[in-house]
Design a protein around this ligand. Sequence first.
Ligand SMILES: *Cc1c(COP(=O)(O)O)cnc(C)c1O
Length: 370
Amino acid sequence: MRPAWLEINFDALAHNFNLIRARAGNVQVVGVVKANAYGHGAVEVGKELLRLGAWGLAVATTEEARQLRKAGIVARILLMGSLHPQQAQEVVELDLIPSISTLESAEALNALGKPVRVHLEFDTGMGRVGFQPQEAALVKERFARYQNLLIQGIYSHFADAEEDEPWTREQTAQFQQVRRVFGPGYFYHLCNTAGALNYSAYGFSAVRPGIGLYGLLPGLGLKPIARLLAKPTQVKALPAGRRIGYGGLYTTQGLEWIATLPVGYADGMPRLVFNRATVRYYPEPEALNPQPCICPVVGRVSMDQITVKIPAPVSLDQVFEVVTPDFDPTSSLWGWAELTGTVSYEPAVRLSPRLPRVYLRDGVEVARVE
Ligand SMILES: *Cc1c(COP(=O)(O)O)cnc(C)c1O
């Protein structure tokens, strides 16, 4: 195996899943595993979410759904986003539950002559996809004519349940309006992670968390589930005045120990974090209270390698944490996002499929993908 890998902690995943479900009033959970489960591995994470009791899984593209079906997952798969009419055939073939936002896609699907369960999406304030709430009665009437379409669910999506409370309440009021038109008997869902955690009363039939399952929002009791680990490929001492990396953006100040780790921006580490990110290792892991040794990344992040400054030589078997399972400002996925002016979603989804992934439950390896 490559000496750089992602370790995914299923116990932390279970913690996050149960925390979100409890906060949302123990409603159903649609596990969002789009973008390769935010970089964590859709098949393995998806199977674990189903084991934990998820109602089903949600993806963004038919290719993502195909990967899950190929891996033997027979559970419900919600295809989010607005279905394009040209994807209707694939929806039937893969037995997916599509999101319908247009009459064009409804007609294309209905014309195939096979019964399909669908979820209607309403645009309550995101402005992206969905029927308008004011059209609800009209939509209801039109769908009564589509003999092959069974409306199973009705949903909408929050634009800013992190910060904008008035807008979130407005969106919820719009969604309630839609619910009044359609009435009981449907699977209603509205909340993403921030919605589920900040507005427990808006649980409806289910919530659709993504980022929270992966533990990447700070301050809410969630636990990041991934660590990016690597062993050095070379450890050496360099004298003062030596340049390190592309562009020579770091120069040794005296005799310095430098370890080279085989991860780079092709693995998802942002190139922009050079000279600011840190990595860690534990010189005495068996100690009662092991103290990390925090090592700065020195010089540019290369495509496949980084260089870190260490206080003393280590063996090539020393494991370094390149991504820590916390909210450290310089060594976590959240920290990388802060350092590069984005949100933790982005470094997470950029974790490259070329990294092997090792899945642990109760500290024991239960799956591995290389
Ligand atoms: C991505 C997505 C989610 C999950 O959102 P998080 O903020 O990651 O919890 C839920 N619903 C829809 C429609 C989405 O596109």
